[in-house]
Write a protein that binds this ligand. Structure first.
Ligand code: GLA
Length: 545
């Protein structure tokens, strides 16, 4: 659902032009220190506190706690980064930076240790100038690179955001390289994030100096600003590669100035550009909507894809855009982006974006709807300010042979109690927690542990003829539950178990699935209620020729 509406994705079968998937914008790999093989993910304090007194030890510890407690660490967020205003306005007698004792009474090292104990990484900030950017004027690192880098390393810093203010006109390459060399000389791996707002085209020279570089100005919490930063970040797409990331600045989700639709668009667009995912809102009290946006695992997987290619705009006009990002394993992410306030249809020619003739699974990464399509035209209705983000994966017909579906990757699934399990009973909600599939005391090594209401679909491509399985309610529910097992071939019902209770002996189902593109294994409630409806598909075998 986007903007309160279900997005209908229509796949039109059009003319196909063959052609290998070639990505002319993938530039040769640039030097990388290997510290950020995928775009850094984490939190930055600037927008939450700016320079006010709420930036302190308690606040940063609270953010680290929230990242762990709310599942953001599990989702991939790693860095807890302090921005400007952490230091005293003057260096000490030895010439070192001093953490503001009011904000950080235990110092920065103790805070970094706390963050590390949580399994997270710690970042800090200064400027490649004589003072930082905040008008209060904190000391910058220009001409103090070595002592500041040593101090940061001694504190256990993992990430340095290095700004551009008060740089005295010294050449940017020289300033940033000096800090790079100083960090390297400490022997501690420290990610270097260059923040010179794209002024000196850092994408052309900062590979091998920095791990990420800003491509534009500070992002504000409004739509025009998202568009501005998008437009600065798209052109250098070809310079993104593992360890070298274009940085269009913070994610504004949770800041309140835009709608959830707009924040989901920003998240989709940043991900398809392989941008760093640095959250700028107070994670200690993130709303459910913000959490849903920033933890969408399918979208994060696009951003973090190991191929590390920046998405490129392949089509644009009237505020409607198509951005494509090649992913590992011949998959591609396609963002259909409507920057206008009016609903529109966006069509993308699959041939034009590098697909040759063949079949594809198309997954909408927000609605989770999955379709099988043939080369031709992708067309989606995209509400104003929305982005439909799709993952397209080539699929082939199932090769000849006899296969257990528990070893075939599903096309899509839904399940009544956590995800369905492979070669285990459904168990409880977490994945992988089931037991041996057991029907009336007989254990099965292979099969699917479902819980009604459940639907598990497979793409077969028309090459298979029969599907057989032994079905029943798993012994783990001890006498409870009632379900019906059904098999659909291309949406036609081809087998039905009738009502099955826990006491019902295991039943053999056999279905004719000749020529079916897809098959669907369905478990529905038997009519009482859906509790304890642990339906097992033991040895679901398909024969394909
Ligand atoms: C500059 C940077 C911002 C922030 C502030 C802090 O404006 O671009 O991201 O770090 O400085 O003063």
């Amino acid at each position: 659902m986007i903007g309160g509406r279900t997005l209908a994705i229509l796949i039109t079968i059009g003319a196909m032009v063959g052609g290998a998937i070639v990505w002319p914008w993938t530039s040769p790999p640039t030097a990388s220190d290997g510290l950020a093989p995928t775009p850094p993910m984490g939190f930055n304090s600037w927008i939450t506190t700016y320079c006010d007194e709420s930036l302190d030890d308690t606040m940063i510890r609270g953010i680290a706690d929230a990242i762990v407690d709310k599942g953001l660490k599990d989702a991939g967020y790693q860095y807890v980064n302090i921005d400007d205003c952490w230091a005293l306005p003057e260096r000490n007698a030895e010439g070192n930076l001093v953490p503001d004792p009011k904000r950080f009474p235990e110092g920065i090292k103790a805070l970094a240790d706390y963050v590390h104990e949580k399994g997270l990484k710690f970042g800090i900030y200064t400027s490649a100038g004589i003072k930082t950017c905040d008008p209060n004027g904190f000391p910058g690192a220009l001409n103090h690179e070595v002592e500041d880098a040593n101090l940061f390393a001694s504190w256990g810093v993992d990430f340095l955001k290095y700004d551009n203010c008060n740089n005295e006109g010294v050449d940017a390459r020289q300033r940033y390289r000096t800090m790079h060399d100083a960090l390297k000389a400490t022997g501690r791996p420290i990610v270097l994030s260059i923040c010179e707002w794209g002024q000196n085209k850092p994408w052309e020279w900062a590979g091998g100096i920095a791990d990420l570089w800003r491509t534009g100005g500070d992002i504000a919490d409004n739509w025009d600003s998202v568009l501005d930063n998008l437009n600065s970040n798209l052109p250098p797409a070809q310079y993104a590669s593992p360890g070298n990331w274009n940085d269009p600045d913070f994610l504004r989700s949770g800041n309140g100035g835009m709608t959830d639709t707009q924040y989901r668009s920003q998240f989709s667009l940043w991900s398809v550009m392989a941008a760093p995912l640095l959250i700028a809102s107070d994670l200690r009290n993130a709303s459910p909507e913000t959490m849903a946006t920033i933890t969408n695992a399918d979208v994060i997987a696009v951003d973090q894809d190991p191929l590390g290619v920046g998405g490129r705009e392949v089509q644009s006009g009237d505020g409607l855009h198509v951005i494509v990002k090649p992913l590992a394993g011949d998959d591609q992410a396609v963002a259909l982006f409507n920057e206008t306030d009016t609903d529109a249809t966006i069509e993308a020619n699959l041939d034009k974006i590098g697909f040759d003739a063949g079949r594809y699974v198309v997954k909408d990464l927000w609605s989770k709807e999955t379709h099988v399509a043939t080369g031709g035209t992708l067309s989606a209705s995209v509400p104003g300010y929305s982005t439909v983000l799709l993952r397209i994966s080539p699929v082939a017909a199932r090769p000849a042979g006899r296969w257990n579906l528990s070893h075939v990757v599903e096309l899509s699934s839904s399940n009544g109690w956590g995800p369905f399990e492979t070669d285990r009973s459904n168990g409880d909600q977490p994945i992988g927690d089931g037991r041996a599939l057991t029907l009336h005391g007989v254990k099965f090594t292979n099969g699917l542990g479902a819980h009604g209401p459940s639907e598990i679909a497979y793409y077969l491509g028309g090459s298979c003829s029969t599907l057989t399985a032994t079905v029943g309610i798993d012994d783990e529910v001890q006498g409870q539950g009632s379900v019906v097992f059904k098999i659909y071939a291309d949406d036609k019902l081809v087998a039905d178990s009738g009502l099955v209770f826990n006491a019902t002996p295991p039943k053999s189902l056999a279905a004719n699935i000749s020529g079916a593109e897809t098959v669907k294994l369905v478990v529905t409630d038997g009519g009482d209620n859906i509790e304890f409806d642990h339906g097992d598909w033991a040895d679901p075998m398909i024969d394909c020729a």
